[in-house]
Design a protein. Structure first.
Ligand code: AMP
Length: 180
């Protein structure tokens, strides 16, 4: 039986990065250890193998790492949702608010088909703005995000509540305080 804290204990907390007051929850130790990487991927694969999905979409950049492995293991294709200006073909864009300022994510116009059932993956939910933008992009293509998944939720920042209120079921493996 897996220790419920197995994943949590292996996430590194880096205080005051990238700016004072932020505790960065670093998932790279999970990726670095072959046993931990396998447990991490299997936790998602076990959940989603019965979901009848068409695609996995991952959010730039850590969502690409986890999302593409999960897609491969589920025998599905992978769609990158990228930061503005990185995708070479025709794109759709979605703006979203950051703590200071705003940002834009993009997806290729042929990334999914109307009616596709999509799993949307990122490493962490803070304010929820990034995942909400990804969900809107998939929606603009006529597809549907059936669930959002992340390794970490920072519930204090209200992102997961905001996403659920917007109609997105969410699955996160662990929770942390936003600061501390
Ligand atoms: P948000 O849009 O506010 O939910 O922010 C989520 C995005 O920002 C994810 O792609 C995370 O990788 C990154 N992020 C925000 N806060 C943190 C944090 N404390 N530790 C690690 N990544 C973070």
């Amino acid at each position: 039986m897996l220790d419920p804290d197995y994943i949590r204990k292996r996430i590194r907390s880096v205080p005051d990065w990238p700016q004072p007051g932020i505790v960065f929850r670093d998932i790279t130790p999970l990726l670095q250890d072959p046993r931990t990487l396998r447990v991490l991927v299997d936790l998602f694969v076990h959940r989603y193998m019965s979901y009848e999905l068409d695609l996995v979409a991952g959010i730039d950049a850590r969502g690409f790492i986890l999302g593409s492995i999960v897609a491969y293991e589920l025998n599905l294709g992978f769609v990158p949702i990228r930061k503005k200006g990185k995708l070479p073909f025709a794109t759709l864009a979605q703006d979203y608010e950051l703590e200071y300022g705003s940002a834009t994510v993009e997806v290729h116009t042929d990334a999914c088909r109307p009616g596709d059932r999509v799993l949307l993956i990122d490493d962490l939910i803070a304010t929820g703005g990034t995942m909400l933008a990804g969900m809107k992009l998939i929606g603009k293509l006529g597809a549907r995000v059936v669930e959002g998944a992340a390794i970490v939720d920072l519930p204090e920042l209200g992102g997961s509540a905001r996403l659920r209120a917007a109609g997105l079921p969410l699955h996160c493996l662990v929770e942390f305080d936003a600061r501390g």
